[in-house]
Write a protein that binds this ligand. Structure first.
Ligand SMILES: [Zn+2]
Length: 418
């Protein structure tokens, strides 16, 4: 299994790339195909690193557009929870396949997922050819009496998810500090420590979450997690909108990752923008995510990085707050050790994108600025993961079947006629 790209451009220079056994074997100006290579020799393609989506609930593509423009609790009570009560494992498989299709088409090769039926998520990721950190979810309704049976489920799920090959990373996924008890969080901290398993959790998404935490535990959310032993390099915190300066300093010291999700934060009106200037000053490892399709409503990291940059400029009143190259590095997961982004270099995994350099959005200006401010995910021509071509010429094999299957399952779950 080998692949050769012969006539691409990287940072303005002509370049070729060969991949063998999933890794980049050659990268440079004079790369020639060898017998047996799958060859991509189109002119005008731009080689670049892929996007990494640091936080999503992939299968929620099933609920896209179901109850938009509603207040959060009303939306959950009247739409999402009744629909999720009807979810079958196979629904999660297909919803995740649709999310993977969308991510392949918009240049994302890896994502951090939190959703029910992790085994089905892992199966979908494997079949789609992507990489993902797949969560074993834990919600004990903040009641430790519920925990023992749930702990067995988490352990069983971790073992099952581990069977889906090296592209799937088993991950722990306690939902949030207000839905999971201290006892369960401490137990999970032990798993992170002893088995070196990464963990992702929602944190400080709303102001109410912070005041409830202070009232219940006498501490702000990051201090509370730290006290439970849950702030370290394997921890991925989603949102962090209401973190204060001291919490950001602590997170930076512990090397935990914060994933900001600007589109979902704006759509759900969480009250303020993620404090990027403070996080940057503290040196917090930062990544970017879309959150689920029902609170975004798409999984296009090119759109997300633009929203991220514009929102930060707008709220700070300073257009230099978040330059394009910095925003791109964050969107590619390059500022977070937990996401394990790999560089375009010989010996590294052959994960890369080929963009259509002749598309209007990319044909004239500055490469980094164009990717952040001008392009959408549709500029991606070819998506490659581990040397496997998942999309070429914007064609993904099997796409129609996935769309049809999800359409009929979503109708059943949401009682929609069309
Ligand atoms: Zn989320």
């Amino acid at each position: 299994m080998s692949l050769a790209v012969t006539a691409a451009a990287l940072d303005g220079e002509g370049v070729g790339l060969r991949a063998e056994d999933g890794l980049i074997a050659e990268l440079g100006p004079a790369v020639e195909p060898r017998p047996g290579d799958e060859v991509i020799e189109d002119d005008g393609l731009l080689l670049c690193p892929p996007m990494i989506n640091g936080h999503t609930h992939a299968a929620m593509t099933l609920f896209r557009g179901f109850g938009d423009d509603m207040m959060l609790m009303e939306w959950l009570r009247t739409r999402i929870w009744p629909a999720e009560a009807k979810l079958e494992p196979e629904d999660v498989y297909w919803g995740t396949r649709l999310a993977c299709l969308e991510m392949i088409r918009s240049g994302t090769t890896k994502f951090v997922d939190m959703y029910w039926h992790g085994t089905e998520v892992a199966r979908a990721v494997k079949d789609a050819g992507l990489r993902a950190m797949v969560s074993s979810v834990l919600i004990d309704d903040n009641n430790p009496a519920n925990a023992p049976g749930l702990r067995d489920q988490v352990l069983a799920s971790l073992d099952e998810v581990a069977h889906f090959g090296p592209r799937v990373t088993p991950t722990l996924g306690p939902h949030a500090i207000y839905t999971v008890s201290s006892e369960s969080l401490e137990w999970l901290a032990g798993l992170v420590e002893n088995r070196e398993i990464p963990l992702t959790i929602h944190l400080s998404e709303t102001e109410g979450e912070v005041s409830d935490c202070v009232e219940a535990y006498g501490k702000r959310p990051a201090d509370y997690l730290d006290g439970l032993g849950l702030l370290g390099p394997k921890i991925v915190l989603a949102h962090g909108v209401w973190l204060d300066r001291k919490e950001l300093d602590l997170i930076a010291e512990r090397r935990a990752t914060v994933v900001t999700n600007p589109a979902a934060n704006m759509k759900l009106a969480v009250g303020r923008a993620f404090p990027y200037p403070e996080a940057r000053h503290s040196g917090v490892p930062l990544a970017l995510g879309t959150d689920g399709a029902s609170s975004n409503s798409n999984l296009d990291m090119f759109e997300e990085v633009k929203l991220f940059a514009l929102l930060q400029k707008h709220t700070s009143g300073d257009p230099s707050t978040l330059p394009a190259a910095e925003a791109l590095a964050i969107a590619r997961g390059q500022r977070s050790a937990a996401l394990e982004a790999t560089p375009l270099a010989v010996g590294e995994p052959a994960d890369f994108l080929l963009l259509r350099g002749s598309d209007p959005e990319l044909s004239v200006g500055d490469p980094d600025a164009d990717l952040v401010y001008a392009a959408g995910g549709s500029v991606v021509d070819t998506t490659v993961v581990g040397g496997h071509v998942l999309m070429r010429g914007r064609q993904v094999p099997g796409a129609e079947e996935i769309v049809e299957e999800v359409r009929s399952r979503a109708r059943r779950l949401t009682d929609r006629r069309s």
